[in-house]
Design a protein around this ligand. Structure first.
Ligand code: ADQ
Length: 465
């Protein structure tokens, strides 16, 4: 295989300790083959012209990190606008929250064209290009228009909704056609892959050729599920860090008489946080033995704060936490500890270890790595229980979790109660099965499966007309 070129909206420096599992896994692959990681620098040039941006190049070992500044207009239309106010809600089944402003779409196209122009100049003929996520769906089409014939793969980290929802997106024909400029499209789950297949066959008259291959618009594409995993070993190593050990000692001391439940999310409406808080309130109301005992620590990191829907959500959650603490709290016990901030990655293992139950209850999620991180951090001797939404991509693989419908609040409360009361033998049995699966299908497996599938595709035979 030639050089690996990874393209994503934001890039991670694989050598930085704070880098997450994804940055580590992609960094590994980039270092092995030598490579390049291309993305937005995170900087906005307020006086910059739309469709233009300055390039920055940096080395991290054998990996070249190339970033691009965006003008204010491009950032607002491409990132805040089309990516996060149109595609993100629509792909999470929330057409009611989607805003398809005309300026957004033009900005999305403009930035993808800009990325393609800058990237094409850096590509070598035998490079393998791996594009990530919904910000960059049309990138391959723009690269092909500039004459790039390299193998190009795409991975969608968020869900792909069923055809009736996709068909409601203005310009969906163009969006779906963009997928056919790739050689390989990776999705998180079999059900996402099934939505892709149904959509292209029903709406784009694609021919299903078998083996997950489709032909339309004079090109062929393979679309298949590659469920993303975590770096189990890296995460377990983090648990030995000084910060993690100190945090664990502090939590065990502070909460020695309580039963801890944990939630760790970005503060996003897809994560189902208000319903989670309501289910927790129902638990306290219906199962009084949990009063003065069960404590939910909810960490919700701020994201996309300029988008109104996120502001409404923040206010909702603060109100709910205040109400529940007011109704049920005691002088020496607060039912909900709600922290609206990012928790240092090195301290996450401690939180997972101390929690008897993890609540991972999104209304819709591509995968959800917190579910896997929680399982990785439990001890075999005395593992905690994962309560997992059936609408998280992770539910397809993690059947031994307690699966819940987050819309059914009384049933969710009942499931949390069941998790809190689960006998040790059952906890061990479920945990062993889950741990084995997340170990086998970890992030290194995911990366290898995807890149092997991409390498197996011969680019010259992809064009059918
Ligand atoms: P996210 O929506 O960000 O990712 P998720 O998979 O839950 O969702 O989390 C990604 C990482 O962020 C995890 O490693 C987690 O520990 C960390 N994280 C989340 N909240 C945090 C907090 N408050 N403080 C500190 N760290 C926090 C998108 C998709 C997911 C998909 C991933 C990967 O939306 O469905 O699983 O990409 O493909």
């Amino acid at each position: 295989m030639g050089r690996l070129v990874v393209v994503s909206n934001r890039i991670g420096d694989p050598r930085k300790a704070a880098a997450g599992g994804l940055a580590v896994a992609l960094g590994d692959a980039l270092s092995q083959s030598g490579g390049l990681w291309f993305g937005w620098s995170g900087k906005i040039n307020e006086s910059g012209a739309p469709g233009e941006g300055e390039l920055h190049m940096q080395r991290s070992g054998s990996v070249q990190l190339v970033t691009l500044d965006l003008s204010q207009a491009d950032h607002d239309a491409y990132y805040t606008g089309y990516s996060n106010q149109a595609l993100w809600p629509a792909f999470h089944y929330r057409l009611d929250l989607a805003d398809f402003g005309a300026g957004f779409f033009a900005g999305y196209q403009r930035v993808n064209r800009l990325f393609a122009r800058k990237l094409a100049a850096l590509l070598q003929p035998d490079d393998v290009v791996w594009v990530h996520d919904y910000h960059l769906i049309p990138l391959a089409a723009e690269l092909r228009a500039l004459g790039c014939r390299q193998r190009i793969g795409f991975f969608l980290h968020i869900p792909l909704p069923p055809p009736p929802i996709l068909a409601a997106i203005p310009g969906h024909e163009w969006l779906m056609r963009s997928f056919f400029a790739y050689d390989l499209v990776g999705l998180q789950t079999r059900s996402d892959a099934d939505h892709f297949a149904r959509f292209v066959v029903e709406e784009a008259n694609a021919t299903a050729l078998g083996n997950d291959e489709f032909e339309a618009f004079g090109r062929r594409v393979v679309a298949r599920a590659f469920p993303i995993g975590i770096d189990v070993d890296e995460f377990q190593r983090l648990a030995h860090s000084t910060e993690s050990r100190e945090t664990e000692a502090m939590l065990r001391d502070q909460y020695s008489k309580r039963r801890l439940l944990v939630g760790v999310d970005r503060l996003d409406y897809s994560k189902g946080l208000p319903r989670r808080f309501r289910a927790f309130r129902e638990l306290l109301a219906n199962y009084p033995e949990n009063r003065n005992s069960a404590t939910l620590i909810q960490i919700a990191s701020p994201t996309r704060e300029t988008v109104d829907a996120y502001d409404d959500l923040r206010r909702d959650l603060e109100g709910l936490a205040g109400e529940i603490n007011g109704d049920y709290g005691e002088l020496d016990w607060m039912p909900i500890r709600y922290l609206h901030r990012t928790w240092a990655r090195r301290r996450l293992p401690a939180l997972y270890r101390c929690a008897r139950v993890a609540l991972v209850t999104p209304l819709r999620d591509g995968m959800n790595l917190v579910a896997k991180e929680y399982v990785a951090m439990q001890t075999q001797e005395d593992p905690g229980v994962l309560v997992l939404s059936r609408f998280a991509g992770a539910a397809e693989q993690m059947r031994e979790a307690l699966l819940v419908n987050p819309y059914d609040i009384p049933a969710a409360a009942q499931t949390i109660q069941r998790a809190l009361q689960m006998p040790l033998a059952e906890r061990r049995e479920r945990h062993a099965a889950l741990l084995q699966r997340i170990r086998t299908n970890d992030v290194h497996w995911w990366r290898k499966e995807f890149l092997d599938a991409l390498s197996a595709i011969e680019p010259r035979v992809r064009e059918t007309s």
